[in-house]
Structure formats: C-alpha cells, structure tokens
Design a protein around this ligand. Structure first.
Ligand code: C2E
Ligand code: CA
Ligand code: CA
Ligand code: CA
Length: 278
C-alpha cells in the first residue's frame, strides 16, 4: 500500500512539475508579448434581437506564441494579473480596440466595441485619464467604446471602484457588467453602478431550453435590468431555439457561436452584411 501511495504521489508530482514549468515559461515569455507583437484581438458579433442587426462586437484577446501556439486568455490573463503586466496589456487592448472601432466607424459601420477590463486595472488611478486621452486622440465617439467589467471590481474597495466607474461614465463610454450571476451580485451595487448593459453569463444560457430554473433566472435578470434601465446581452447563444426563447422573453441582444465565433476584424463586415435586411 505504501508503494502504491508512493507512485501515485510521483505521478502527481510530475504533472505538477510540468504545470509549474509551463507557468514559469509563460511568465518569462509574457514579459515580451507587447514588444514582439504577439497579441491580437478577435471580435465576436452581438445581434440586436429587435432590429435583427449586428450592433456591436466584443474584443477578445489572443496570444499567438511561436512555440506554444495559441495560448488561451483563460490561462495567461490571470498570470499577467499576478505579474502586474495586465496594465500594459490592458492599455494595448484599449488602444487597438479604439483604433479598430474608429476604422469601422469611418467605413460607415458604427459598431460598439467592447473591451474587457481586469479588476486589477481598476486600482490604476490613471485608467480614466489614459482612456480619455486615447479617445480624444482617436476622435472616436466615446459611446462606441464599451467597457466590460465584472462584479469583482467592487470586491477589494467598493468606494474606489464606484469612483472609477463614475469617472468612466463621465467620459461618455458605455459600461457593461460581465458574467452577471456568477459573482457577488449585490443589488445595491447594481443600482449604484447603473451600467448600460448587463451580460448574462453563458452558464445560464447553455441549458435554457431544458432547464426551467435557468429560464427563471433569465426572466429575473431581465426584470431587474428593466427596472434599472439597463439593456441585457445574453452570452453563449449557440442554437436557434435559444435565440427564439430569449427573443420572446424580451432580451435585447445576443452573442454566441450561433451568430459568430470570435474572428479577425476583417471578417466582421461579412457578418454585418449577412444580417442586413433591405
Ligand atoms: P468573457 O469575457 O466571458 O468572454 C466570453 C468567452 O466566451 C470568450 O472566451 C468567447 O470565445 C466564449 N464564447 C462566446 N460565445 C460562445 C458560445 O456560444 N459558446 C461557448 N462555449 N463559448 C462562447 P475567450 O475568448 O476564450 O475568453 C475567455 C475570457 O478571457 C473572457 O471571458 C475574459 O474574461 C478573458 N479575456 C479575453 N480577452 C480579454 C482582454 O482583452 N482583457 C482581459 N482582462 N480579459 C480578457
Ligand atoms: Ca467579456
Ligand atoms: Ca462574459
Ligand atoms: Ca466568462
């Protein structure tokens, strides 16, 4: 029994060592991502259910590494946060997202472009000033920039978070509360934050058709959003049946593989055209 336990430990230890080696490798490689231009933004379309047109996109970061291939943001963003590299990466995302939004705007496609902000970036006192400067330099109408935050921004320091949110609202950008329902959803903060969009997490959309409990949650979120004057975007919509149900419940917008996967900016005009009705 002792022997078996020993080898079990060894297997665990080896895979643990491999994980640790990869983590260390990612840490050392992450330091150079900006300078080596290995980051890229993909865009996922958002469909307005009332008009049936594409009104926005969410920018999702991709890391194309020469050895590791495509590294998921789920893996490298938490490491970038620990290493405080998230600030530089986050500003790159903002700059690139704004540049792309302005390019589409100038081509007659005024799409709202959503960027994801880490909670860590909220502790950066310069955040609002830097975004303000980028918006002015780009001449993008600020409302076309949508800033996605999660409830975790309020965890460490709710007062400071509220102060930062007000500063962002003053810039004229729109605010979206991401992954709604998965964190600490205090109704009090929801009311104080007064976000333009509430994004229902994929977890509640995946089993919407078969699970009455999830339907109940979605109805409740739509009711709360209505009373707060926020619009609702449902994430992770993969089937026509989900679209129909969300539409009948009064959901404003959907995002998911049904409409399109995250894709290079160059492929977005074709999706817009596909959903243009004459
Ligand atoms: P998120 O903000 O919740 O983004 C939505 C994720 O769901 C994306 O994963 C997207 O590809 C995926 N998704 C969208 N539609 C569907 C669908 O119909 N079915 C399924 N199964 N999945 C769908 P992705 O691109 O891997 O991003 C993962 C997370 O990484 C994001 O979750 C976000 O938290 C983070 N992230 C991505 N880009 C950035 C960024 O620029 N900055 C920061 N701080 N975080 C980012
Ligand atoms: Ca998001
Ligand atoms: Ca989300
Ligand atoms: Ca998520």
């Amino acid at each position: 029994a002792k022997k078996a336990g020993g080898s079990r430990f060894k297997i665990f230890d080896e895979s643990c060592q491999q994980d640790y080696a990869r983590q260390l490798y990612i840490e050392s490689e992450l330091r150079h991502v900006l300078q080596r231009r290995e980051l890229k933004l993909f865009y996922q379309p958002q469909l307005d259910l009332k008009t049936g047109t594409v009104v926005g996109v969410e920018a999702l970061i991709r890391w194309q590494h020469p050895e590791m291939g495509l590294v998921s943001p789920v893996e490298f963003i938490p490491i970038a946060e620990q290493m405080e590299l998230i600030h530089g990466i986050g500003y790159w995302v903002a700059e690139e997202g704004i540049r792309q939004a302005k390019a589409w705007h100038d081509q007659g496609m005024p799409l709202r472009v959503g960027i994801n902000l880490s909670a860590r970036q909220f502790s950066d006192e310069m955040l609002a000033d830097k975004l303000s400067r980028m918006l002015k330099d780009s001449a993008l109408p600020p409302a076309l920039l949508d800033v996605e935050i999660t409830e975790s921004v309020a965890m460490d320091n709710p007062e400071q978070a509220l102060f930062m949110l007000r500063k962002l609202q003053d810039l004229g950008v729109s605010l979206a509360l991401d992954d709604f329902g998965t964190g600490y959803s205090s109704l009090e903060y929801l009311q104080k934050f007064a976000v333009d969009y509430i994004k229902i997490d994929r977890a509640f959309v995946s089993n919407l058709i078969t699970n009455p409990a999830d339907q109940g949650i979605v109805r409740a979120v739509l009711g709360i959003a209505e009373s707060l004057g926020s619009r609702v975007i449902a994430e992770g919509v993969e089937t026509e049946a989900e679209l129909q149900l969300l539409s009948s419940l009064g959901c404003d917008e959907i995002q998911g593989y049904l409409i399109g996967r995250p894709m290079p900016a160059s492929e977005i005009p074709a999706v817009i055209a596909q959903y243009t009705h004459n």
